[in-house]
Design a protein around this ligand. Structure first.
Ligand code: FES
Ligand SMILES: [Fe+2]
Length: 385
């Protein structure tokens, strides 16, 4: 046997998916999901996607900008429509050349004049908004149709519609091995900001900036006029040797539309303008999120500043990933008085998870007000944008 020193070959064992999955609610909550950028789907093009526990084809008509989405497997004998062709506004199956309209109905069977038009394959409501394609998904297993009524719209930014904001970028952040609910919970978990988000990083990276810390004052609100949204509010200031640098104090508001499938961060930069950063999660598996960012800004905000603000958020987002990729969902969490409004938040997001049981928390050990009340009181003074 050689006498040289042995190098450690220890690798961390990944946390078991089985143990984690058993703890979580439905992996694909109700809501609008971003599928792709609009420009990635040209007229006459078909794209295939696996997400939300489904196999889908999405296509754009040859002569119009309309986008359609339906189940990928042809309802005739199961060929995959991904290899089909777009004919005018329809998709044609590559196997026996049946053609389907965007509502999943067979419109033409080339070798027969008896197209079974009363039967429709599953199709989905689709919207093309601000350069992104979204589809609505229901988690209850009910058969969906393109023309279905939906409980709330895809969020539009007035500033993009009226031309005040301009598109400034898109970033495909790839996959994160987490359940979608974790991103929502993160906003209500105020205590973690002190331990996970205190370190200032070089924008876009996990590289710490020595000596500079970040102090966050988070809050949440639940708009009554749009119950499908929740606002997370944060006031942040940089600190050097524990002293706040007041000129760096900034406010941000994140609007969650649905259970974190669409989140719009609004950054208010004093005397300069605003930036809207949209972060989207598309579940491609029960514990697998495709994460994308796209953003708009006032023309008055210099591109370098936009790059810095967006990159700083993305570097903070990266801090949570190791926690998310290894954690489980605690249905009855043991909370203390100074935790954020986790229980209130869970009540809110139950609307997107029809299978979720009413949340309940063990009472805090110390007597006094409930964690929710305390956290909501702390919000006062933060949220005025
Ligand atoms: S399988 Fe699609 S037309 Fe026959
Ligand atoms: Fe976080």
């Amino acid at each position: 046997m050689g006498s040289g020193t042995r190098r450690s070959t220890h690798r961390e064992q990944p946390t078991s998916d089985d143990a984690r999955l058993a703890s979580y609610p439905h992996p694909y909550p109700d809501g609008w999901y971003r599928l792709m950028t609009s420009k990635s789907l040209r007229r006459g093009q078909v794209r295939y996607l696996e997400c939300l526990g489904r196999a889908l084809v999405v296509w754009r008509g040859e002569d119009s900008d309309e986008v359609h989405a339906m189940q990928a497997f042809c309802p005739h004998l199961g060929a995959n429509l991904r290899h089909g062709r777009v004919r005018e506004d329809r998709i044609e199956c590559p196997f026996h050349n049946w053609q389907f309209t965007g509502d999943g109905r067979p419109a033409c069977v080339p070798y027969s004049d008896t197209a079974p038009t009363r039967v429709a394959a599953e199709s989905f409501p689709v919207r093309d908004v601000h350069g992104q394609i979204f589809m609505y998904h229901r988690s209850d297993g009910a058969r969906q149709q393109a023309g279905d009524e939906v409980p709330y719209p895809v969020p539009r930014l007035r500033e993009v519609d009226d031309g005040r904001f301009v598109f400034r970028g898109h970033y495909d952040a790839g996959r994160v091995h987490m359940h979608i609910i974790e991103f929502v919970e993160n906003a209500a978990d105020f205590a973690h900001f002190l331990y996970i988000h205190e370190q200032m990083n070089v924008p876009w990276t996990g590289i710490p900036v020595p000596g500079i810390k970040l102090e966050h004052t988070p809050g949440v609100e639940f708009p009554e006029d749009r119950p499908w949204t929740m606002n997370f509010l944060d006031e942040a200031v940089l600190k050097f040797r524990d002293r706040p640098l007041e000129r760096t104090r900034t406010k941000a508001r994140a609007t969650f539309t649905g259970a974190a499938s669409i989140v719009n961060f609004r950054f208010f930069i004093p005397d300069t303008g605003e930036i809207d950063l949209c972060q989207t999660h598309l579940p491609v598996g029960p514990l697998e999120q495709q994460v994308d960012f796209h953003w708009f800004a006032d023309r008055s905000v210099p591109r370098l500043l936009v790059w810095y603000v967006v990159g700083s958020w993305i570097s903070q987002w990266r801090h949570d990933i190791q926690i998310w990729e290894n954690k489980a969902y605690i249905e009855h969490p043991t909370l203390c008085r100074d935790d954020g409004p986790v229980v209130r938040m869970r009540r809110w997001y139950r609307q997107f998870f029809p299978d979720l049981q009413p949340p309940a928390a063990k009472p805090p050990e110390a007597p006094g007000e409930a964690p929710d009340e305390r956290a909501e009181r702390r919000l006062v003074g933060v949220a005025s944008n």
